[in-house]
Design a protein around this ligand. Structure first.
Ligand SMILES: Cc1cc2nc3c(=O)[nH]c(=O)nc-3n(C[C@H](O)[C@H](O)[C@H](O)COP(=O)(O)OP(=O)(O)OC[C@H]3O[C@@H](n4cnc5c(N)ncnc54)[C@H](O)[C@@H]3O)c2cc1C
Length: 460
């Protein structure tokens, strides 16, 4: 257990300080973000994970997504800047590629290659560490916060509560080494155990209703590989993202992680899954990638075997709609909302929830869960609507398409068409898809005018 001083330039802690002990279940990105916020509010914060947490930048069982392309959007980058000052600068100094100019990114959502001219108006760049690298750097900093202890190889097996179930008073933990069980008392338990979401079952055990789940089945498969590319093989580009489009429900993300080390992830919706045989994998990539990128890929040296991951459905648990919820318990991160990962929103949504948690804790402990769930639901609403809306623009994804969804998707199609040649429209779209701006900016009269004009010019 470490008690080193927190970074002196960290965000200001809220005034209403609680005392006592908080237990965070799950030491992945959301659990670590929650611990960062809670460490300013509780005397002690214990973060528990069932995995052995690696000393190096290695993948681990509980975060299988770490083996696949993982990008943090600018909204998440801002959260990292606020919570862990200096972290991003250290990543860059250690050689992590940073995207600052449109020419460094090939971004083609919905079949439209966005304009690569001009400069980004928003100064938030995109950092490209590997997922294990980012998680370990965040973990190292959380471990140094005052009063924080991270306990690994320990599984949360259930909640402890008052006899009437009105308040959660701790957790039951099972050590993975020897299966011994112990109880850990807590004034607040935060469930950040990921999309598996233990709380739904635990609520039922305590006699509460389970939250309603909003779900969109996408049946996505990821297949990924690390590759060595000749320096400069892709010119100035440091990232290539090709999204799915109607009629081709497949896509690719090609991310530079070091000067010559890249990760390629191919994705496909149900019925169009990427293969795990190396030669078929290349064939699958061919119609997705620009031809020069495909050529570079053919000349690249594979650094490991192909790995696959299935993602069945986006799931949003509507905790904010429950009438009753025990005191002393919160749910956080993917356990509240797991987005189709092709839009890269999960870690940024966790950063947005961390902001909300900080604000809610500042309001004191009264009805904390109720206030947190409502505010978090509002903060992630846009991300959820954008992910679900984009998926529903693909005829291959089954689901209801009410008029607002069809109108929004038609407008996005027109906007992306115009953005192919319009740097200003590209920037506005990127700001919205990065979760930095409300989609309402896309409806201001000047933007709508540019969309109409851009489409008229394309037709003539
Ligand atoms: C294939 C894929 C690609 C993705 N790509 C991106 C991307 O590009 N950008 C992005 O922002 N997001 C991406 N995401 C989402 C992102 O990984 C998550 O949003 C992010 O990790 C935050 O999730 P979390 O911490 O809530 O849960 P998780 O990351 O799932 O972590 C849950 C943690 O809880 C632990 N745990 C589980 N059960 C227990 C238990 N009973 N007791 C103790 N510990 C337990 C696990 O070991 C793990 O450490 C992707 C997800 C997937 C599946």
């Amino acid at each position: 257990m470490s008690h080193e001083t927190a970074h002196p330039h960290g965000p200001k802690e809220p005034r209403a300080r609680s005392s006592g002990h908080c237990v965070v279940l799950g030491a992945s990105i959301a659990g670590l973000f929650a611990a960062r916020v809670l460490s300013g509010m509780f005397d002690r914060v214990t973060v528990v994970d069932r995995d052995a947490l690696p000393e190096a930048d290695e993948n681990r069982r509980g975060v299988p997504q770490g083996r696949h392309a993982h990008a943090i959007l600018p909204a998440g980058t801002r959260g990292l800047q606020q919570m862990f000052p200096g972290l991003l600068e250290e990543l860059e100094a250690s050689g992590v590629p940073v995207v600052r100019e449109p020419t460094e990114m090939h971004f083609a959502p919905g079949g439209h290659l966005l304009c690569q001219e001009g400069r980004y108006a928003d100064p938030t760049p995109t950092y490209q560490p590997t997922r294990p690298q980012l998680e370990r750097q965040v973990r190292l900093r959380v471990r140094k916060l005052p009063g924080v202890e991270i306990v690994d190889r320990c599984e949360a097996a259930g909640l402890i509560s008052t006899p009437d179930g009105a308040r959660v008073t701790g957790v039951r933990l099972v050590r993975r080494d020897d299966d011994t069980e112990r109880e850990l008392a807590a004034d607040l338990v935060v469930d950040a155990t990921g999309r598996g979401g233990r709380t739904t079952r635990w609520l039922a055990d305590l006699g509460y209703d389970q939250p309603r789940e909003d779900k969109l089945a996408v049946d996505i498969k990821y297949v990924s590989q690390n590759l060595r590319l000749a320096p400069g093989a892709l010119g100035r580009r440091k990232v290539v993202i090709v999204g799915a489009e109607p009629g081709r429900p497949t896509g690719a993300t090609f991310l530079q992680h070091e000067a010559d080390r890249w990760m390629l992830t191919l994705i496909g919706y149900g019925g169009h899954h990427p293969p795990t045989d190396p030669s078929d994998f290349l064939e699958f990539a061919k119609p997705i990638l620009p031809s020069d990128v495909f050529e570079a890929l053919c000349a690249a040296e594979p650094l490991d075997d192909l790995v696959a991951h299935r993602y069945p459905a986006s799931v949003r648990r509507r905790y904010e709609r429950l009438d009753r919820f025990p005191e002393g318990l919160l749910v956080f991160g993917d356990a509240i909302c797991s987005f189709n990962p092709v839009y890269g929103q999960g870690m940024s949504a966790a950063a947005l929830q961390a902001e909300v948690l900080r604000e809610c804790l500042a309001g004191g402990p009264d009805r904390l869960a109720h206030r947190f769930f409502r505010a978090a639901a509002r903060r992630i609403e846009v991300a959820w609507q954008m992910a679900v809306g984009s998926d529903l623009s693909l005829p291959e994804v089954a689901g209801p398409r009410p008029l607002p969804v069809r109108l929004t998707n038609a407008y996005f199609g027109a906007l992306l068409t115009a953005a192919e040649r319009d740097p200003a429209l590209t920037q506005e779209f990127v700001k919205v898809s990065s979760l930095l701006s409300s989609p309402l900016i896309l409806l201001n009269p000047v933007t709508v005018g540019r969309v109409v004009l851009g489409n008229l010019i394309r037709r003539h």
